[in-house]
Design a protein around this ligand. Structure first.
Ligand SMILES: C[S@@+](CC[C@H](N)C(=O)[O-])C[C@H]1O[C@@H](n2cnc3c(N)ncnc32)[C@H](O)[C@@H]1O
Length: 198
């Protein structure tokens, strides 16, 4: 396993209790983007790539989406399975999703792409494009910026929404919406998201 994956996995395994306390629910600003996705995604199967404790997967499931999750950290996965028993969560790497070509209607990468080194983003977007069917919808959320914060031995790469949109376009997506907002609560940076159609 690549060093960054080993570190991210071990980091989240160690962080899981704190993560549940810090992020028990979807916040109001997050809900704006997630609701827009839930409304626009076509019928069919949806995957959250990097589903963590399942708080976002569960939120979208409660809004009627046929959603499952894939997650790197066994510790985070255990919480998701315990708190969302009706949802299937699989251990895996978002760079290789293990789903058939064009089999998904929607894909959510909510604060998970931030753990993938920038030079690997084109490969990740090619994988997202492969598993989404034509017309399928992708939503990705992240901290905005151009630095990497190292917290508890985990790299958090802040991202530029315009760069993400441009890379998605190169991968064959059509960016349909994006937003940057000021930090709220305990957030220390601006936050952004990009939605794109396959
Ligand atoms: C900041 S958390 C976000 C979790 C969830 N999406 C949420 O919003 O609560 C990032 C998650 O992505 C997972 N992750 C990081 N790299 C991954 C990878 N290559 N494949 C799958 N999951 C990954 C981490 O283990 C962690 O659970």
């Amino acid at each position: 396993m690549a060093d960054f994956l080993t570190e991210t996995r071990a980091g989240y395994d160690a962080l899981v209790t704190e993560y549940v306390q810090l992020f028990p629910d979807v916040t109001e600003p997050e809900a704006v983007a997630l609701a827009a996705f839930a409304e626009a995604v076509p019928p069919g199967r949806v995957l959250e790539a990097g589903s963590g404790t399942g708080r976002v997967t569960g939120w979208l499931h409660a809004r009627g989406l046929d959603i499952s999750g894939v997650e790197l950290s066994p510790g985070m996965l255990a919480v998701a399975r315990a708190t969302c028993p009706d949802i299937t969560f699989t251990e895996g790497d978002l760079r290789s999703l293990g789903h058939d070509d064009a089999s998904l209607a929607g894909l959510v990468a909510w604060y998970s792409l931030i753990h993938i080194p920038a030079d690997l983003h084109p490969g990740v977007f090619a994988e997202f494009h492969r598993v989404l069917r034509p017309g399928g919808l992708l939503l990705t959320g992240f901290q905005v910026g151009d630095v990497t914060a190292r917290v508890r031995d985990i790299d958090f790469h802040r991202l530029d929404p315009d760069r993400i949109a441009a890379l998605l376009k190169e991968a064959g997506f059509e960016p349909v919406a994006q937003e940057v907002r000021e930090p709220v609560g305990t957030e220390s940076t601006r936050q952004g998201w990009v939605m794109a159609q396959r």
